[in-house]
Design a protein around this ligand. Structure first.
Ligand SMILES: Cc1cc2nc3c(=O)[nH]c(=O)nc-3n(C[C@H](O)[C@H](O)[C@H](O)COP(=O)(O)O)c2cc1C
Length: 509
């Protein structure tokens, strides 16, 4: 079910008892963030702040914790569970004729349901019901989330830019610091697509048009955070998720299309010849303040909005925070794409403690020596996975979604002299521990059972009760301790592929 507005999504949440209207006065400076963070940490409801303290002149309500649970994020993506999208994507990718993954991704817009999901133009847009030229960003209830933040930040934006060479649109979620009534600092990081666009405009000696959409169908907000390749339009992907093409209208001031059903749109230009401006510090999803740094500035020329817009915001900070669910949706939906390049990958997990880039756990179906290390090197070369600091690879019988089980296997299965890959390369811009900005050390850990060819000795099996005994004893336990839940148990390992018994020299018998 596609939502025509953020309000429509909120109505659905309210009917399901997943929305709380906050009628008490709450300050966008520090207070909203503290309340929403608490709700997010406890899997609590979405919040609609209707009485914004020190009300910004616009008087707009603020919606937070929209994506605060797996269920709400799934609903936001027009599904009962976002795993459904992963299944559909897997099927779609298999439809494409055999070719490189890159070509497959380029073909995505032409495949099946996606072919009809190209964003479509409409002449009248709810997001432009009110047009304010020479606006004052002070009309927006922009939050300051942490005490040492450099100022107020817009935290859930869809930043729309266009490649001046190819004309392909990009939509990215990059926080924006409000520097003045008509100025924003653009925190698009070094490795992100909008940075490439900025450089391309700079090379051509041109100013860069930018539109920033807020609200509308939450699937569009999610898509701004999705790590799609630069040639795939995020709004096409949003169309696929919501099952209906995204409606777009011409911007009122810049030559870019904007979502017709958004709540608010900010339009402006980045002067690519102007000096950069100071951005930050900002309490980030690493749980630390990201340091102040220099970024381009946007000069805002127009703000348009619905007659009754809702301003969406999130708070990032020490995990777990709301955006863990955006990350989880990405992990599930991008797994099929990674499996096209690495068919041996069975599952992957990015535990919240690793805040996306610090830790990735991968299980593989191993059928040759050194395969875990191949996967480590390969993932370090795949899109935004390149910034993963710690990659741990397991055999397929390890449930990587169970961090405790994965940790047990990793500690047990690793000879630290033999099984670590220590390298350096690009790391996340937010990695404050890296020796240099955006460049530093990385570690890959081969936590699979080691074959003889890999220097393993005789390898013991995991202790597992016989399944028929477990079934009988579970039934007995349920009678002895009524209401008790069954524990998570290690999976039964399939026979090691090493039973192929390769001859010395590697030729199979
Ligand atoms: C809540 C949230 C805030 C984010 N803030 C930023 C940011 O300020 N700068 C940035 O470069 N990436 C940020 N990201 C990550 C990007 O949105 C993400 O890497 C996205 O895939 C970038 O899109 P691109 O590949 O089109 O550049 C944020 C993600 C989330 C979920």
């Amino acid at each position: 079910m596609a939502y025509r507005s953020l309000r429509e999504f909120l109505d659905r949440l309210e009917t399901a008892g997943e929305l709380v209207r906050v009628k008490e006065p709450v300050d966008p400076v520090l207070e909203m963030a503290a309340l929403a963070d608490r709700a997010a940490k406890q899997g609590g409801p979405a919040l609609l702040f209707e009485n914004v303290k020190g009300r910004a002149p616009g008087g707009f309500p603020v919606a937070m914790n929209l994506f605060g649970t797996r269920r709400r994020t799934s609903w936001a993506l027009s599904s009962e569970d976002f795993e459904e999208h992963a299944r559909e994507l897997r099927a779609l990718l298999h439809m494409a004729p055999p070719q490189s993954l890159w070509d497959k991704l380029k073909m995505l817009p032409k495949l099946g349901k996606l072919a009809t999901m190209t964003p479509k133009h409409v002449s009248s847009a709810a997001s432009q019901e009110v047009v304010v030229r020479e606006p004052d960003l002070g009309i927006l209830p922009v939050l300051t989330t942490w005490p040492h933040d450099g100022g107020p930040f817009i935290t859930l934006p869809q930043v729309i830019t266009r490649d001046p060479e190819t004309g392909i649109r990009n939509v990215g979620m990059y926080r924006l610091q409000v520097l003045g009534p008509r100025r924003l600092a653009m925190h698009w990081q070094l490795h992100k697509t909008a940075t490439a666009h900025y450089r391309a405009y700079q090379k051509r000696g041109e100013r860069m048009p930018v539109a920033i959409a807020l609200g509308g169908d939450p699937a569009l907000t999610y898509c701004a955070s999705a790590p799609l390749p630069p040639n795939v339009d995020e709004y096409l992907f949003a169309g696929f998720l919501r099952g209906e093409a995204v409606r777009m209208a011409k911007g009122v001031a810049v030559d870019l299309d904007v979502p017709a059903d958004a709540d608010l749109v900010i339009e402006g230009y980045v002067d690519t010849s102007a000096p950069l401006v100071r951005e930050g510090p900002f309490g980030d999803h690493t749980g630390f303040y990201s340091l102040a740094d220099d970024y381009p500035a946007l000069d805002v020329v127009a703000v348009t909005h619905r007659r009754d817009p809702i301003y969406p915001a999130t708070v990032v900070g020490p995990p777990p925070v709301e955006d863990q669910w955006l990350g989880k949706a990405t992990e599930r939906m991008f797994l099929p794409m990674l499996q096209m390049i690495f068919p041996e990958i069975v599952d992957m997990a990015m535990p919240v403690e690793g805040v996306f880039h610090n830790l990735c756990l991968v299980s593989i179906r191993k059928d040759h020596p050194g395969q875990a290390k191949k996967v480590i090197h390969g993932l370090w070369g795949s899109g935004q996975m390149a910034q993963t600091k710690t990659l741990v690879v397991f055999d397929e019988d390890v449930d990587v979604q169970d961090v405790s089980q994965a940790a047990w296997r990793a500690f047990a299965n690793v000879d630290v002299k033999r099984d670590l890959v220590i390298a350096d390369g690009p790391v996340d811009v937010l990695d404050h521990a890296a020796s240099h900005f955006a460049f530093g050390g990385k570690i890959g850990v081969d936590a699979t059972r080691k074959w003889t060819e890999e220097g393993g000795r005789e390898w013991p099996e995991v202790c597992v009760h016989p399944p028929e005994v477990v079934a009988r004893m579970d039934a007995l336990y349920a009678r002895l301790v009524p209401g008790a839940e069954n524990p998570r148990r290690p999976r039964i390992a399939p026979p090691p592929a090493a039973s192929w018994t390769p001859r010395r020299g590697g030729i199979l018998q």
